[in-house]
Write a protein that binds this ligand. Structure first.
Ligand SMILES: Nc1ncnc2c1ncn2[C@@H]1O[C@H](COP(=O)(O)OP(=O)(O)OP(=O)(O)O)[C@@H](O)[C@H]1O
Length: 178
């Protein structure tokens, strides 16, 4: 049984996943697992979508590559997809959301192609990641947090830290009862 929870932080590119993960890791000691980077470092990339410029990740290979670590608990999984991770690994799924006009400015600043910008804007407006999370995990572990202003990051991370404390307390009690 894990003594520290595994948390997925997901959302459309640019909503603020990395910003949340880095602050949360710094404040809690949980380990940030940026999947884009890990997939490249561990040879789990099949190629690149040339039009969108995004990596094509071999998901089975990726899961094999991270399984031993994640099963120990204490990871913050940072990716724009979530439904590939087995339910039994995951304790909380945080879907970061952003107002579409604010997200547009953030993505435009990254000089995304018109197609990539449009796809990501549509995904955010249609709340694709929230639906994916709700379909893949029990609804009580899926939380939606808004991240429009810089202060939102700190507020959201405070909330997740509080949740982690509660999770640890509950799990300690469960272990003591066994
Ligand atoms: N709440 C916020 N208020 C203002 N700016 C923010 C906020 N969250 C993130 N940003 C800024 O938006 C940009 C994108 O943030 P970040 O890299 O954390 O997003 P991401 O979801 O991890 O993106 P990707 O999926 O492409 O890695 C960064 O320049 C970051 O500083």
């Amino acid at each position: 049984m894990r003594t520290s929870p595994n948390i997925i932080i997901t959302g459309t590119p640019g909503v603020g996943k990395t910003s949340h993960c880095e602050l949360l890791a710094q404040n809690t000691g949980l380990k940030h697992m940026p999947i884009n980077q890990i997939a490249q470092d561990r040879d789990c990339v099949d190629g690149k979508d040339e039009e969108l410029g995004s990596l094509l990740v071999d998901e089975d290979k990726l899961l094999d590559a991270i399984e031993d670590e994640v099963k120990q608990g204490g990871y913050i999984i940072d990716w724009h997809a979530c439904d590939l991770f087995p339910k039994s690994w995951i304790d909380l799924v945080v879907v970061i959301r952003c107002d579409s006009t604010i997200l547009y400015d953030r993505l435009e600043a990254r000089k995304y192609s018109a197609k990539k910008l449009e796809e990501n804007m549509d995904a955010e407006i249609m709340q694709v990641l929230l639906e994916e999370a709700r379909d893949a995990y029990d609804e009580e572990i899926v939380v939606e947090l808004q991240s429009d202003k810089i202060e939102d990051v700190e507020g959201n991370v405070d909330r997740i830290e509080q949740w982690i404390e509660n999770w640890k307390e509950d799990n300690k009690e469960d272990r003591e009862e066994e």
